[in-house]
Design a protein around this ligand. Sequence first.
Ligand SMILES: O=C(O)/C=C/C(=O)CC(=O)CC(=O)O
Ligand SMILES: [Ca+2]
Ligand SMILES: [Mg+2]
Length: 394
Amino acid sequence: MTTITIADDSPFGLDNLPYGVFSTPGSARRVGVRVGDVVVDLARALDDEVFARPSLNEFMAQGYDRWVAVRERIRDLLHGEVDDDVVHPIGEVTMHLPIEVADYVDFYASEQHATNLGRLFRPDSEPLLPNWKHLPVGYHGRAGTVVVSGTDIMRPCGQRKSPDEDVPSFGESRRLDIEAELGFVVGTGSALGTSVSCGDFARHVFGAVLVNDWSARDIQAWEYVPLGPFLGKSFATSISPWVVPMPALQTARTETPRQEPRPLPYLREEQAWGLDIELVVEWNGQEVSRPPYRDMYWSPAQMLAHLTANGASSRTGDLFASGTISGAEKHQRGAFIELTWGGREPIEINGEERTFLRDGDEVTISATAPGPGEARIGFGEVRGRIVAATNTAG
Ligand SMILES: O=C(O)/C=C/C(=O)CC(=O)CC(=O)O
Ligand SMILES: [Ca+2]
Ligand SMILES: [Mg+2]
């Protein structure tokens, strides 16, 4: 038997307890909880088959009351001694995609990001389109290409046509970018023909992850009119391996910025809440940005309410991302297209002038949130390295 010791300043203390899917050499994938620098095997520790699965979905589908009960049981368990064979040092496990992603939706909830992209993509129009302050704009992404942190990202190929070219050509993206976002995981869905009200958010949403919504700006700019993002985004979306339970983010709650005009009734909350989470974006190990989630205009509850307002069902494993997180300051921008202003203002990375991603580049996004007292709630990181395209034949 062993007692798990957790450093006082660990972002994975008893107030966090994020869930993930891990394996050890020669063993099957299963659900674990991260505590300090170890992963606790929940299938064994709690003697419960629902955790002997290669994703969190079956557990998430058991619903809110079970999530609360299991969190309590894990806390009790960790206060005492546990069997040695349920504890694995973090360095000895492989982390996998934590959820079987059902549907994937990406919102556009940062006013600053939407304004910046409006200026860059549509320089001759008002940057913020007329609908933007009335509804959380979003699009349906590709669930099957959501990958776990650490997965290499192959540079996408596609049609692109720059303003100075007369005709499009097929080839490797020359403007490969990132988008630093927060994603929310639906634990229990809602039936077709019903909607999830803002107040019901907690009973449906299980937890949050970090997201990097890789984006090929040249493919995107040419293809997106009038139906929106398609192949410029669908080649890969990376998420962090640890799903931070929503109750762990209770202390991080903040008020959203003031919403004017007042949203329609189905988007009203007593007080729309956001999260005081600062992300850190590193490009080849150098910090380039600190996007602040607290500045996001639309709240997570409003996003889910909007997503289901037409009676569309939601399912266990649905992932909806916030959209790129950008603050008002330059060092708070969550995409390179904004940081380099469309590639016209390179930034210096390790002594070199850089605009978009090159093969071999690595991007890491990490974050912590304030917990109770002095505690920090860690998300860990979402990391990806660009590898050369191999499907280059158009
Ligand atoms: O304004 C546009 O045409 C495009 C916007 C984006 O690429 C952003 C997007 O994917 C949503 C987001 O991450 O905020
Ligand atoms: Ca995005
Ligand atoms: Mg994507």
